[in-house]
Design a protein around this ligand. Structure first.
Ligand SMILES: Cc1cc2nc3c(=O)[nH]c(=O)nc-3n(C[C@H](O)[C@H](O)[C@H](O)COP(=O)(O)O)c2cc1C
Length: 217
């Protein structure tokens, strides 16, 4: 375990290539796609599509990791249990934040926006594409509820496995589906030398019009 001096000394030199205004696309989704593709092909980055989703209810923020599963002009899509803690929070307050931590690339993207459920047909489409084990897992897990033991979860999994034998079509549970986070702000952070990092924030002005601002690091 590192001691306090070791932790304070943790520091690395950041890259030279930064974010330059003349090279920035007008639409941040385009830049995000470039960065996501670069993260996906970087062998040190694990789960390039993992993002930290933060919600806030009654002045108490909470965070957890979810996987980005679609990206369109509507926004960033992830899938979850509609009865989970995060889902209950989103029902109360759908203003959320997403953070992509691509540390090995000295990059971070922060998305602020509002989450809403995607259509049932879209959720069905994605559910059908999932491996059978994940489909049964979605049925077996009352996500975020207290569990008496691991055995209880495995028992429920086995029951659903019996209910839908190999080869049968497993329907999507109505308590499971997708959310899309429609962004109002997308901030790109690129590490640079001497802590003079680049921070570029796109703010949605209207529809697909974005204002670009450079921020102090
Ligand atoms: C790498 C990684 C990916 C995850 N992806 C998802 C996901 O796509 N959807 C999901 O509901 N939970 C996912 N989880 C689990 C969540 O982080 C979290 O434990 C769960 O959704 C319950 O959160 P809640 O109680 O705040 O609702 C993932 C966890 C990790 C570490």
């Amino acid at each position: 375990m590192p001691n306090r001096e070791d932790i304070a000394a943790m520091r690395r030199q950041y890259g030279e290539h930064g974010l330059i205004e003349v090279e920035l696309p007008a639409n941040p989704i385009e830049l995000f796609n470039t960065w996501l593709n670069e993260a996906a092909s970087n062998e040190i980055v694990v789960e390039a599509n993992a993002m930290v989703l933060s919600t806030e209810v009654d002045d108490q923020p909470t965070s957890r990791t979810v996987l980005l599963k679609d990206l369109t002009d509507q926004g960033f899509t992830f899938f979850s249990n509609y009865d989970s803690r995060k889902a209950k929070q989103i029902t109360k307050n759908n203003n959320v934040c997403l953070l992509f931590p691509w540390y090995p690339m000295e990059r971070q993207v922060i998305v602020i926006g509002s989450a809403s459920k995607i259509s049932e047909a879209e959720s069905d489409n994605y559910f059908t594409s999932r491996p059978r084990g994940s489909q049964i897992g979605a049925w077996a897990s009352a996500q975020s509820d207290e569990l008496s033991s691991r055995a209880e979860l495995e028992k429920r999994y086995a029951e659903f496995e019996t209910k839908w034998p190999e080869g049968s079509v497993i329907p999507r549970p109505d308590f499971w589906g997708g959310y899309v986070v429609n962004p109002i702000s997308i901030e790109f952070w690129q590490g640079r030398y001497s802590r003079l990092h680049d921070r570029i924030r796109y703010l949605r002005v209207k529809d697909n019009n974005w204002q670009i601002k450079r921020l102090n690091p």
